[in-house]
Design a protein around this ligand. Structure first.
Ligand SMILES: Cc1cc2nc3c(=O)[nH]c(=O)nc-3n(C[C@H](O)[C@H](O)[C@H](O)COP(=O)(O)OP(=O)(O)OC[C@H]3O[C@@H](n4cnc5c(N)ncnc54)[C@H](O)[C@@H]3O)c2cc1C
Length: 438
């Protein structure tokens, strides 16, 4: 009987011929080579936290949960060698024990390192690049089972391709990452008038190491997460404040509100206003990995677009107006984050100061009309969709948005000439192997 697999949001499912669970690189390369010999396609999978069909296959799914070791740590240089399947929460905890940290993180830490890097997962902060920019080197298992060593010195093009690969080059078994000395963060979450925050956005983003805006639909309020790095000692929030913020409002309250909103879509604007009244000021001062990552227990689906930073306010205002004007039954905030440019060929922040605009809808609710309307807005800014989040683009629409597109495709054609690591998603967003090379 075929195995079954589904993603975190439980909206993408497949029945692969088999799921391989290698415990080390040798087993991984045997598993990949065996699949290729049998003519089966291969897809690597991390924690299944992508919302797209990027991991689905009826061939062989390679799950690296058994490959989570930290192999080498050099606290002096900050260079750390790890197995690619390591989960971010485990990696962050291990780094902390060595006096190190990840330079920046997104808002959860359940992902595998390889999965997060493959889709250009990012946090926020105009001086920081997405996580893949800190990859110094990696080891990639190709369809023949051969292991290729990749770093900038050996081959800059392959290195720029492998840092954000959408799993289309092979299965990465190990990374060498540049980490930073451990640091603490002082973060203040508070509700503020949207006009005040958006009117002063550039100054607020510049004044904080990490600044994020959560625009609350159907209200004139935004919740801001404003973080500064600090040497002050950790003072974790009180138990009641943490419970109210993390459990009662962000999870139980949001889940209940969304459930009610599905039953009574017409009441959503009123529910949204009531919800906003429950949000209070919340402060954290703790080690970076404890402040960056939060629990997300309400299952949802998401679309996120990377656009040039200069359009951030206009794009967010247009999405807020879309939700308000159409009275869309949306309760999740519209999220706005920032990163610095980098040079990975498929990084969503390739070559430009970037703002990320994300919209969410609770799982099981209709999302497509809303997401398509948001996508139409983002198209006007040459938006690049997050590779792990929903979008409706194709290779034809994406190619012009990535200056390094052909360079990536050339590396792909060299490393995976037979298209063993292709599935429907990869075919749709990257096209067939070699198609773009003329
Ligand atoms: C609740 C939630 C919060 C999130 N928050 C953020 C956020 O703050 N910022 C952000 O940018 N994104 C965020 N995401 C998106 C998430 O970070 C990405 O979708 C990420 O890719 C998921 O990692 P994963 O380990 O689950 O990978 P998967 O979804 O399992 O896989 C993602 C991709 O990685 C490839 N892959 C996996 N392992 C390997 C390997 N060893 N070698 C080569 N390719 C591989 C897969 O083939 C696939 O293409 C969030 C998602 C959820 C569900």
């Amino acid at each position: 009987m075929a195995a079954k697999w589904s993603n975190w949001a439980r909206q993408q499912t497949c029945a692969p011929a088999r799921i391989e669970r290698p415990a080390n690189e040798e087993q991984l390369s045997e598993a990949v080579a065996r699949a290729a010999r049998e003519g089966l396609p291969v897809r690597p999978v991390g924690s299944g936290h992508s919302f797209t069909d990027t991991c689905l296959t009826d061939g062989v799914l390679v799950d690296q949960s058994g490959m989570q070791r930290v192999l080498d740590v050099d606290p002096r240089t900050g260079l750390v060698k790890v197995e690619a399947g390591i989960k971010l929460h485990r990696l962050a905890a291990e780094l902390h024990r060595h006096g190190l940290a990840l330079e920046n993180q997104g808002d959860i830490d359940k992902q595998s390192l390889a999965g997060a890097l493959a889709t250009a997962t990012h946090g926020t902060g105009e001086r920081f690049r997405n996580m893949s920019a800190n990859v110094v080197g990696c080891r990639l298992v190709t369809a023949t089972g051969e292991v290729v060593e990749i770093d900038e010195e050996r081959d800059p093009d392959t290195w720029r391709a492998a840092r954000v690969s959408v799993g289309a080059l092979g299965v990465i078994s190990q990374y060498t990452l540049r980490c930073v000395p451990a640091f603490r963060i002082h973060r203040i979450d508070e509700l503020r008038p949207a006009a005040e925050v958006l009117g002063d956005l550039d100054a607020l983003v510049a004044a904080h190491d990490h600044f994020e805006v959560m625009a609350l639909p159907h209200t004139d309020k935004v919740l801001t997460y404003a973080s500064r790095r600090t040497d002050r000692p950790a003072t974790p929030p009180g138990r009641i404040a943490a419970w109210w913020n993390d459990d009662a409002v962000s999870n139980a309250g949001l889940g209940a509100a969304c459930g009610l909103g599905r039953l009574l879509p017409g009441a959503v604007p009123g529910i949204a206003r009531t919800m906003s009244g429950l949000i209070g000021r919340y402060e954290q001062l703790d080690d970076s990995h404890r402040v960056f990552a939060h629990e997300r227990r309400v299952r949802f689906t998401e679309m996120e677009y990377a656009i040039p930073r200069a359009h951030a306010v206009e794009a967010l205002e247009r999405v807020r107006a879309l939700i308000a004007d159409r009275r869309l039954p949306v309760l999740f905030p519209v999220e706005l984050r920032f990163t610095a440019p980098d040079d990975a060929f498929l990084s969503t922040a390739h070559g430009r100061d970037t703002a990320y605009v994300a919209v969410h809808q609770i799982a099981r609710a209709e999302y497509e009309a809303f997401f398509r309307a948001v996508e139409a807005i983002m198209d006007e800014y040459e938006g690049r969709p997050h590779w792990g989040k929903r979008h409706f683009q194709t290779a034809a629409t994406l190619a012009p948005r990535y200056p390094g597109w052909r360079d990536f495709q050339a590396v792909r054609a060299r490393l995976d000439p037979e298209g063993v690591f292709t599935n429907d998603y990869v075919r749709r967003v990257l096209g067939p192997v070699g198609a773009d090379l003329g």
